[in-house]
Write a protein that binds this ligand. Structure first.
Ligand SMILES: [Zn+2]
Length: 158
């Protein structure tokens, strides 16, 4: 079975590359003017980053091991407010990714894959938003899956 390649916290790979083999700190950083880094050094941050990267690596794998472009990941509260998103956004907690359909996929096929991943045993994927540009998913701490269809035009605010 597929095993995502995760980087150990405090290892060189974790520091230099990111929480897993295909997710970097650059991709996870906020899009504000300072490119505020993902809060990876707090106890919560390391757990959330690992958790999110496992789900990302699985989705990437199920898409056929293809590169997936990320529209938005971590957001500071200030940036989140600036772009008009809700303060309860999972992006502020570092638990969400907005992803675009990779090569060979549409929003519909990507959505099916994200949903399939959420139903696999051990998955912590608990939020799925469908948008015209792609899919938002998050690892909110709850047992039920939250699903919605959004009208946000750009990934930055979903
Ligand atoms: Zn989102």
């Amino acid at each position: 079975m597929f095993e995502p390649t995760l980087h150990q916290y405090d290892s060189q790979d974790w520091d230099r590359l990111g929480p897993s083999s295909h997710l970097s700190w650059d991709e996870l950083a906020c899009h504000d003017e300072h490119s505020t880094p993902y809060p990876r050094d707090t106890p919560e941050g390391r757990v959330e980053a690992s958790c999110l990267s496992i789900e990302f690596e699985w989705v990437r794998h199920l898409c056929g091991d293809v590169p997936i472009e990320i529209g938005s990941a971590y957001r500071t509260l200030a940036w989140n407010r600036e772009i008009g998103s809700t303060s309860s956004s999972q992006h502020v907690k570092g638990r969400a990714l907005d992803i675009y359909p990779p090569k060979g996929h549409t929003v519909a096929t990507l959505l099916r894959i994200v949903r399939a991943r959420s139903q696999m045993s051990g998955s912590k994927l608990r939020g799925i938003g469908e948008y015209r540009w792609g899919v938002h998913f998050d690892t909110r701490p709850q047992t039920r899956l939250a699903r919605w269809r959004g009208g946000r035009v750009r990934a930055e605010v979903a």
